[in-house]
Design a protein around this ligand. Sequence first.
Ligand SMILES: Cc1cc2nc3c(=O)[nH]c(=O)nc-3n(C[C@H](O)[C@H](O)[C@H](O)COP(=O)(O)OP(=O)(O)OC[C@H]3O[C@@H](n4cnc5c(N)ncnc54)[C@H](O)[C@@H]3O)c2cc1C
Length: 245
Amino acid sequence: MQRRIDWAKINKIVEETPEVKTFLIDVPEDFTWEEGAHTHFALKGFNEGEGPNRELIRHMSISTLPNEGAIGITTRIKELCSEFKSILKTIEIGTEVALFKTHSNMPLKEEGKNIYFLTAGVGIATVRPLALKYLQNDTNVPSIHSLNVDSSAQYVFTDVFTTNEEKNFTAQYVNSRDAFYAEVTRLVQADKDGIYYIVGSNDFLKENIALLREHGVETSQMMIDKRASFLEEFFGAEAANVEVK
Ligand SMILES: Cc1cc2nc3c(=O)[nH]c(=O)nc-3n(C[C@H](O)[C@H](O)[C@H](O)COP(=O)(O)OP(=O)(O)OC[C@H]3O[C@@H](n4cnc5c(N)ncnc54)[C@H](O)[C@@H]3O)c2cc1C
């Protein structure tokens, strides 16, 4: 059976910061996704050779909710960058891109427990749809606290991630690892029973998992965007206890 590949046009490019852009893409018919989803985002030519050209494919989180009417892909493009990002630097509105294998490992867990987002840089894009879902709906989540670390101090999505006391929603941005880990420690000391979503590099995931564990947080309370086959690398043998969606 041929795998479904959707081609869709970029309809808007938002400059979030000088280095971070969001590409808003038309939603193909029958294309749906859940909050926290990632997709395979590919550029023209990726499937024209004998095998797929991996230089033209990247995993990307979808930073929007379906009710926003566009598929958002948010990424940082530095001056020195890969071939993939250098194409994105000058890509034009109207260009078609491919999307396939869309799946969410990170839906909003509505278990009556407080939720904490621990994100690095543009990793906050992954949890933006979860925050919107929480803010727009009645959910079985008592509160959300978002903590983002970005050494550039050019924070993204500050419109969504703004403290709203009425909604029990707190947003914090810090620009240093020391401040970040001090804050994680404070949060976990106050709530060992919460659900912790961790988004960033593999080292970032491992450091946070280790710190949370030191404070008694169980594997089942930690959410990372990894397939079941990779969970053991992060959680060790306990990976078997992690609920996989
Ligand atoms: C489930 C999942 C979801 C993801 N979601 C997102 C997402 O929403 N947004 C996102 O941006 N990424 C996301 N990623 C990561 C993404 O797939 C890419 O790995 C990441 O963006 C890096 O892209 P890149 O390889 O094109 O490298 P780049 O970003 O271009 O480069 C990576 C680093 O290498 C340096 N570099 C690159 N080329 C050179 C060079 N020639 N000389 C010197 N230094 C260089 C850059 O300065 C940069 O520091 C996700 C990954 C997974 C697994």
